[in-house]
Design a binder for this molecule. Structure first.
Ligand code: PRX
Length: 653
């Protein structure tokens, strides 16, 4: 067991470096890799694609950039499921644990699926999808909780070339419907329910109301709870019943590298979520190598990524990345604090988890429980810790490093996005540095920089827009589903196709380590979940008595940010019951993750002369910012005083 402390830099406080043991074991430990990769980025990725994946046919061209699209490994052929499952069953890994599934109820048995088990289940289920008429290129929506059928369903889609679109199980029926309609999916896969903090969540009811009037022809239902649910004859099938009649082998479809593997909807700057498109070859290459190098995955590791499969982190690090590496993946169904606050740590102790990847929000939540709680659990199996989704402050970083990592485990703070498919900016465990609040350097083979409004590159310490330079990373999005305009507007237009635009602010230090300063658009990160102001506003505006609304993020000690709503009513005055109704509209329209933490009733919202709501000013007020910026461009500056009073604005010195 590693007991050596990660070496501390003498010069700088709180900058840590890998221990000699970590360096010795790591796949990558020489920082020369960064410069080597830069010499010919395309060649670098070609080698990774070749070494890391099984291809049925080699590509003709490694990289093509035809504005607005770029392609990797053009006409190369492979199958993502084959790379995650079949290739391992041909080796000694066939009986290795692929998925250790931990149910939320403590009296229920843990299930272990070996790679062979996974192979059998995926094959059968792929045949079940075929039986329902699902073909290459068709869309399948997956609305499942964290149960092994979710990975099985994703891999089965990949096997037959169907495009999966996973929808977070805590999203509402309306959110699900919107995503089904946009993707024009044929089949929906869901469950009869799942457990969350001991309560049964009735997923099927949401599914039933969402599919009404859509393109969905069939619904496959996993029996997770065994409760009594409504099944529509001829439309709905139980998973266990349909697979029983299916063959145990299904040929893996030969997919072109640039064929779509999945669509994942995420929040943009408008009310309607956009379907981010990821391809097969490029995405899988990045998923494979980032999982291997960022988390230094070896065959004896037990990897646990706590993200829900409904988010990109779940796709890449609770499915494709670790499985393509033949790793053992731990999947936990439930809440971190059920039945008590020790649950996660007990799981780490019980299964000897070595690699643990979570969000800063979770860490900040645990800090409240003090240090003693964590001493009760043996966390000595841990080797590497990761974070993702939002900035982590120094206190949370050091707490995580000390209390969970026992000062042995580097913290890999990974910056990336739904659009980037895999991690892009972070320190590597065998190289370092591990510096609180700094994510680190660009993943080898990618180059990021910080630019001003005109696209001029800025120097160390200067805050600007974070962008990626070409050649663009293989895992980066390949379009927005049925919306090329949006794809161009949101990612390419700002800098005229010179860079990929991230919508994040950042700066870098003298050594080239990046520090993120947050989104520069109207997108919030609530407990690491991405949410747009417009989406919440649209849900609020559905209320018959709402004339208009504006939603902005307020800083929050645990969740990072929480949505705050300003509402102008059509008539009458605000009240507690109206507040509750408005919050219910948001829960119904999006889901509980989007609940506003506060609803303020005001008589007007600050607007420019062209009628655009100035959310920037509201954001300043709710965060008690002293500088609210230029107010002279406002059409109605008089409303600011009322808003300040309603919020109880106390400018910070
Ligand atoms: O603002 C950045 C923040 O999360 C955004 C992307 O959100 P999403 O698409 O939901 O993907 C999250 C999981 C990959 C980014 O634009 N973000 C992500 N990781 C970090 C981060 N901010 C600071 N530090 C990070 N490590």
């Amino acid at each position: 067991m590693a007991t050596e402390w990660v070496v501390r830099d003498e010069k700088e406080e709180n900058v840590f470096w890998p221990s000699s043991e970590m360096k010795k074991r790591a796949w990558v430990s020489d920082e020369k890799i960064y410069d080597d990769a830069k010499k010919d980025q395309i060649k670098f990725w070609e080698k990774l694609a070749e070494d890391g994946l099984v291809w049925f046919k080699k590509w003709d061209k490694a990289y093509v950039w035809e504005k607005p699209y770029f392609k990797w490994f053009v006409n190369g052929e492979l199958n993502a499921c084959y790379n995650c499952v079949d290739r391992h069953v041909k080796t000694w890994r066939r009986n290795k644990a692929a998925i250790i599934w931990v149910p939320e109820p403590i009296d229920e048995d843990v299930k272990v699926l070996t790679y062979y088990d996974l192979y059998r289940e995926v094959n059968r289920f792929a045949n079940a999808l075929k039986k329902l008429g699902v073909k290459k290129g068709d869309r399948v929506v997956i609305y499942l909780p964290m149960i092994p059928q979710v990975q099985i369903a994703m891999l089965a889609c990949a096997r037959i070339g169907a495009i999966h679109s996973v929808v977070f199980s805590a999203f509402s029926a309306e959110s699900l419907k919107q995503r089904i309609e946009d993707s024009e999916a044929k089949v929906l896969i869901t469950a009869d329910g799942y457990y969350r903090r001991g309560k049964i969540i009735d997923l099927k009811r949401n599914a039933d109301s969402a599919v009404q009037g859509t393109t969905i022809k069939n619904v496959i239902v996993v029996r997770r709870i065994g409760n009594d649910i409504n099944m529509v004859k001829g439309r709905d099938y139980f998973w266990d019943e349909i697979v029983k009649e299916c063959d145990g082998y299904c040929e893996a479809e030969k997919m072109k590298s640039q064929d779509i593997l999945f669509i994942l909807y995420t929040s943009g700057t408008t009310g309607k979520p956009k379907g981010i498109i990821h391809d097969t070859g490029g995405y899988l290459t990045q998923a494979h190598w980032t999982a291997k190098w960022d988390f230094d995955l070896h065959d004896d590791d037990v990897f646990w990524c706590t993200a829900d499969i409904g988010w990109v982190t779940g796709h890449t690090y609770a499915c494709y990345g670790p499985l393509s590496n033949g790793a053992t993946l731990l999947v936990y169904e439930g809440a971190p604090d059920y039945p008590d606050i020790g649950r996660w740590w007990k799981i780490i102790e019980e299964f000897g988890v070595t690699t643990f990847y979570t969000a800063p929000t979770a860490i900040r939540m645990f800090i409240r429980y003090g240090e003693d709680l964590f001493k009760r659990y043996d966390l000595s199996s841990l080797r590497i810790l990761g974070t993702v989704g939002e900035p982590i402050d120094t206190d949370a970083w050091l707490w995580y490093f000390k209390n969970i990592g026992g000062c042995r485990c580097p913290i890999i703070d990974t910056w990336w996005q739904t659009e980037t498919g895999g991690t892009l900016i972070n320190s590597l465990p065998g190289i370092g540095p591990f510096k609180p609040t700094f994510a680190g350097k660009s993943f080898p083979g990618t180059v990021h920089t910080v630019v001003d409004e005109d696209g001029n590159e800025l120097g160390p310490g200067e805050v600007g827009y974070l962008v990626q330079k070409p050649p663009f990373a293989p895992g980066l999005l390949h379009g927005v589903w049925k919306n090329e305009k949006k794809y161009i507007e949101e990612y390419w237009e700002k800098f005229n196709f010179r860079y990929y635009y991230t919508s994040d602010g950042a700066y870098y230090d003298e050594d080239g380590n990046f520090r993120l300063t947050g989104r520069v658009d109207d997108v919030m990160k609530v407990a690491g979940h991405r949410l747009s102001s417009a989406e919440v506003e649209d849900a609020i505006d559905e209320h018959p008595n709402v004339r208009e609304s504006a939603v902005v993020p307020r800083k929050d000690e645990i969740k990072g940010e929480v949505p705050i709503a300003f509402v102008v009513l059509k008539h009458g005055e605000g009240s507690d019951s109206l507040k509750k109704e408005i919050i219910d509209f948001v829960v119904k329209g999006i889901g509980p993750t989007a609940k506003p933490a506060e609803v303020y009733f005001v008589s007007d919202l600050p607007k420019t002369r062209s009628g655009k709501i100035m959310r920037r000013i509201l954001r300043g007020i709710v965060n008690n910012k002293k500088e609210l910026g230029n107010l002279t461009t406002l059409m109605n500056p008089e409303c600011i005083d009322e808003i300040k009073v309603v919020v109880g604005y106390k400018p910070l010195e």
